[in-house]
Design a protein around this ligand. Structure first.
Ligand code: NAP
Length: 253
């Protein structure tokens, strides 16, 4: 069988990446475009950064559009999907990446801190997955990748809201993987450890490195490489319902 070459494996396919203006989402958008995918670069407020990602993808010879949507809001998720279908008529890859932190210890955590993180990091994943699954079910194909976190597996002081949301994403991933498997749709979670982005800018310390066997923080491009494999590699077609850690060895199951 002739397999498409590396770099063309998503040719003719369409990918939605939520929170793609910065950090891991940006690296994922570029990696999928490097496989020939047409990419929807979703963002919340950083329109200039999102347009820079769109321009970078254009310069690579692939296509992209930027789309502002708060993916915790059902109407905005519907608008994101409608814009994608209006532009390219299909969705082959969904990367649920958009996420925020509102870190503080439990006793200081306000209901607003809890709710904001659950609304985006968990409910946003539900809304995007549900909307896109309707399209993928008709296509009878698709790959979904949810960005979870080691925090959802091992807990992390100050992150009761975030770890609950990310553990929720892991359970959600397994259920949806089972529900959609018969239609040729795979659903997996990627659990990064500490990756160098704006999100972790204030928490990168020498002390923390002691908990990372490989002794360094990860780069967004490393997470993007794993997402690219799950989205584009023929071998990944037989992987579903899994949580793949990319954390320098922090979590060893
Ligand atoms: P980041 O650099 O802070 O970027 C967050 C992205 O999410 C931005 O593109 C942002 O858009 C977007 N976003 C924020 N609120 C949104 C909303 N309501 N709707 C749509 N998009 C929204 O974060 P990151 O470190 O790359 O994290 C990306 C994902 O990886 C998150 O799910 C995070 O929990 C997870 N993760 C990160 C790490 C890490 O060490 N960095 C570790 C484990 C898991 P704007 O630019 O417009 O604000």
């Amino acid at each position: 069988m002739n397999e498409p070459q590396n770099g063309q494996r998503l040719s003719g396919q369409v990918a939605i990446v939520t929170g793609a203006s910065r950090g891991i989402g940006r690296a994922v958008a570029l990696a999928l475009a490097a496989e020939g995918a047409k990419v929807v670069v979703n963002y919340a407020s950083s329109s200039a950064a999102a347009e820079a990602v769109v321009a970078e993808i254009g310069a690579m010879g692939s296509e992209a559009i930027g789309f502002q949507a708060d993916v915790s809001q059902p109407d905005q998720v519907e608008a994101l999907l409608s814009a994608t279908i209006a532009q390219w008529s299909r969705v082959d890859v969904l990367v649920n990446n958009a996420g925020i932190t509102r870190d503080t210890l439990l006793l200081r955590m306000k209901l607003e801190d809890w709710q904001a993180v659950i609304d985006l990091n968990l409910t946003g994943v539900f809304l995007c997955t549900k909307a896109v699954s309707k399209v993928m079910l008709k296509q009878r194909s698709g790959r979904m990748i949810n960005i979870a976190s080691v925090s959802g597996q091992m807990g992390n002081p100050g992150q009761a809201n975030y770890s609950a949301a990310k553990a929720g994403v892991i359970g959600f991933t397994k259920t949806v993987a089972k529900e959609l498997a018969s239609r040729g749709i795979t659903v997996n979670a990627v659990a990064p450890g500490f990756i160098v982005t704006d999100m972790t800018h204030d928490v990168q310390t020498e002390e923390l490195l002691k908990y990372i066997p490989l002794g360094r923080y990860g780069q967004p491009e490393e997470v993007a490489g794993l997402v690219r494999f799950l989205a584009a590699d023929p071998a990944a077609a037989y992987i579903t319902g899994q949580v793949m850690n990319i954390d320098g060895g922090m979590v060893m199951a």
